[in-house]
Design a protein around this ligand. Structure first.
Ligand code: SAM
Ligand code: SF4
Length: 458
């Protein structure tokens, strides 16, 4: 794939990631703990029927200077215990409002670093979930782990609590890069950890990499990519480094060395994409790769790939998402609700009110339709106006009006050979996947623009 600097300059603009629609910049404080409780009750009659659960652990022992996650450093055992108590209370309170016939098909633990807290807390929370909910036959239970704090015996413990998926934050195999970004190296070799995970029965084992960090070069990142492939994980993610120093001030430290230029970053992405896909992985969405027999690849084939705040998923397993813990976002068919981000304030809110929502958004029916359209483009690289319109009992013309479709807005994309456009379809071509956010932006009638609102699309 040949990408010119001109192409990158043309499309490298700030834009939403569309993890939600409308994007989180629309959430307001009018949406409070009362609205949240009403939304939970409404979610009981919304599709999909399953329950997805997100547990946020906002603790890390050490600050990586590239980090864009919601986490705090250096909290002691007493504070973490109080947090776990609050988390248990929150789960109990929310569960009371959920229809008990609905089944949990998915649990995702993220952070921060969930594997850096004492493991008895992980067991406690899993038991609280098992007491409050019934599960499908084979739920996906995933945890994000930093290999700096992972022992082999931890993997057995996690399997014992029911975990069957793991995402390992590797970021880069190059020690110079890791050391410059203040990242603790893995405690044990990643290939041995992945072997142990597979032996213990984990599936969907994932390796996270980041490109666009200081000290990385196109050559060094391709070496990292090759090492990741040789380890043979089920999935690989190549995140584009999001530099947002106006939100995360410590990221400024990385500017001293200088970040790779956008064209170098694009080269890193393309060469790694080519390497990963030529080694038998299927490209999922913008930056995820999975083995052909992985359920994500099968869902993409069937145009049933889906996405929520936890990443790509299949329409079959994804349910209404109930998020627990500081900063966690619940994602229902008709609403988004975000918890207080500061863990101390979160504990106080749970103690005082039983819930910790501080902002959110109730979506109207048009926004739900636009969400589906944008999801089709972002996940399945394909939009069929007639088919999607049918899901909402609309005509293709009505659907086009709702998303403000105008053929002229897509002409440049056709000229640049990133999409194939016909009366009824938009097909995103291989090159178009690199700028899929730009394409989605043309189907977003409420697009907000402005400085420092979003990260760059490339
Ligand atoms: C919560 S962390 C994963 C667990 C653990 N804390 C770790 O770092 O290994 C989730 C992932 O987000 C990605 N990430 C963090 N900061 C990022 C940033 N500024 N831009 C892009 N990706 C980022 C990293 O690849 C990381 O593995
Ligand atoms: S370990 Fe993960 S969450 Fe914690 S600071 Fe580093 S990147 Fe961020």
């Amino acid at each position: 794939m040949k990408i010119t600097k001109q192409f990158i300059d043309k499309y490298n603009q700030a834009g939403p990631r569309y993890t939600s629609y409308p994007p989180a910049t629309f959430f307001t404080e009018e949406f409070n703990t009362n609205t949240f409780q009403q939304s939970i009750i409404q979610s009981n009659s919304q599709q999909p029927e399953n329950i997805s659960i997100y547990i946020h652990i906002p603790f890390c022992p050490h600050q990586c200077s590239f980090c864009g996650c919601n986490t705090i450093i250096g909290k002691g055992k007493t504070f973490i215990s109080k947090y776990i108590e609050a988390l248990s209370k929150e789960i109990n309170n929310v569960a009371k409002l959920i229809d008990n016939k609905r089944l949990v098909s998915q649990i995702h633990w993220g952070g921060g670093t969930p594997n850096s807290i004492p493991y008895e807390h992980i067991e406690t929370i899993m038991n609280v979930l098992k007491t409050n909910f019934s599960f499908t036959d084979n739920p996906e239970i995933a945890i994000e782990c930093s290999p700096a704090y992972l022992n082999f015996s931890d993997i057995d413990k996690l399997a014992g609590y029911g975990f069957n998926r793991m995402s390992l934050g590797v970021q880069d195999f190059n020690e110079d890069v890791l050391s410059f970004v203040n990242r603790k190296p893995p405690k044990y070799p990643i290939d041995e950890i992945v072997k142990k995970l597979h032996k213990t029965g984990f599936t969907g084992v994932n390796i996270d990499l980041i490109y666009g960090l200081p000290k990385q070069t196109v050559e060094s990142f391709i070496e990292t990519t090759k090492k990741a492939i040789a380890i043979n994980p089920d999935r690989i993610v190549t995140f584009s480094y999001a530099h947002v120093p106006w939100v995360k001030e410590y990221q400024k430290a990385l500017e001293k060395e200088g970040l790779p230029k956008p064209e170098e970053k694009m080269e890193m992405f393309i060469t790694s994409l080519e390497k990963i896909t030529s080694n038998g992985y299927v490209a999922i969405g913008m930056d995820h790769f999975a083995k052909p027999d992985d359920e994500l690849s099968i869902a993409l084939d069937n145009k049933k790939l889906h996405r929520n705040f936890q990443g790509y998923c299949t329409r079959e397993t994804t349910g209404q998402v109930y998020g627990f813990g500081a900063s966690a976002i619940s994602q229902f068919y008709g609403a988004y609700a975000q918890n207080e981000k500061n863990p101390e304030a979160y504990i106080k809110m749970i103690d005082n009110k039983g819930f910790a929502t501080i902002r959110g958004y109730s979506t109207n029916s048009e926004e739900q339709i636009i969400h589906t359209v944008i999801n089709e483009i972002m996940c399945n690289n394909y939009l069929n106006f007639e088919q999607t319109a049918k899901e909402f009992n609309l005509s293709a013309e009505q659907l086009k009006n709702i998303v403000g479709f105008d053929k002229n807005k897509f002409e440049e994309f056709v000229k640049d050979d990133v999409i194939q456009l016909s009366e009824n379809e938009i097909v995103v071509k291989e090159k178009g996947r690199l700028i899929v956010r730009n394409i989605a932006m043309k189907l977003d009638p409420a697009l907000k623009t402005g400085k420092q609102l979003y990260s760059k699309t490339v």
